[in-house]
Design a protein around this ligand. Structure first.
Ligand SMILES: C/C(=C\CNc1ncnc2c1ncn2[C@@H]1O[C@H](COP(=O)(O)O)[C@@H](O)[C@H]1O)CO
Length: 264
């Protein structure tokens, strides 16, 4: 703290405070130029739009865009899985079958809009003339939305994007995948476990891939008391893509409004 900082001492002439909306700035903090000066001084560049308060507007716009685009979607299931699944792989084929079965049953298919398993699921949905949705994410190694996405939204923020998957799907199907897929799986499990959302089907596709994870959750995590053994009932596991689709549609109500935002 600088030595001329007079905080805590009586000051008959208090430093003028600067107000920025609901934010009050005092002392040295009040000496920063006003935001509108940045705006009007074109020579100062547009760097201010990358500050946190401005990011809030960007975040808000992602929610507005997502809600606005998806609110009329109808019943939907989200399909997750590795961005790296090759087109000739079993996982890609399973994703494609799952996308097709869901679309044939009248469900929209929502994916991350990227390559691999996401592309397979979107392709399957299109093959059955279904609604194929991709919620893309801005990444440094971006590949863009796959060609089978008919309704695409690009997000900068993972958390805004994840809200859309949860809000607009009746079920999740999780094919083998890496950190991204695990993140999506555990986000869903946490929301259901903590009752932030009404329970919905979470289906793991592939016993050889996911079985050891379930064994670890049961044998180590539950055994440590870090989760309840009953928490493992939140997931179903299968090797059959048709069964995976059926399990994910088990809670379908045909209303198409997902199960709402996480409770406050
Ligand atoms: C890594 C590559 C492309 C990345 N492009 C992605 N586009 C959209 N969504 C993505 C992308 N990468 C990850 N995701 C999300 O995470 C899940 C897959 O992640 P994983 O780590 O590959 O399992 C997926 O469900 C997406 O929602 C090109 O190699």
């Amino acid at each position: 703290m600088p030595s001329n900082d007079k905080r805590g001492q009586f000051d008959p002439v208090p430093d003028p405070a600067r107000r920025r909306g609901s934010v009050v700035l005092r002392h040295k903090q009040a000496q920063t130029p006003q935001a509108d000066r940045y705006l009007l001084d074109s020579h100062e560049g547009s760097g201010f739009t990358h500050t946190d308060p401005w990011r809030v507007l960007r975040i808000q716009s992602e929610f507005v865009e997502g809600f606005g685009t998806l609110s009329e979607l109808g019943p939907a299931v989200s399909v997750f899985g590795s961005a790296r699944a090759h087109r000739d792989s079993e996982n890609y084929a399973h994703a494609e079958t799952i996308g097709r079965i869901l679309a044939e049953a009248g469900y929209a298919v929502i994916t991350g809009g990227g390559p691999g398993a996401m592309e397979g699921a979107n392709k399957g949905a299109v093959s059955a003339a279904g609604t194929s949705v991709g919620l893309g994410i801005e990444l440094p190694f971006e590949t863009g939305l796959n060609e089978w996405v008919d309704v695409g939204i690009n997000f900068r923020y993972f958390f805004a994007r994840k809200t859309m998957f949860v809000k607009y799907s009746q079920g999740f199907i999780v094919l083998p995948g890496g950190f991204g897929t695990l993140d999506e799986l555990f986000e869903a499990l946490t929301l259901v476990q903590t009752e932030k959302v009404t329970s919905f089907p979470i289906v793991l596709m592939g016993t050889a891939y996911w079985g050891p994870l379930l064994d670890w959750l049961r044998g180590t995590v539950a055994a440590h008391g870090a989760i309840s053994p009953s928490d493992l009932n939140l997931v179903k596991i299968t090797d059959d893509p048709v069964e995976a689709a059926q399990l994910a549609m088990a809670h379908g109500n045909g209303n198409g409004n997902g199960h709402g935002l996480p409770k406050e």
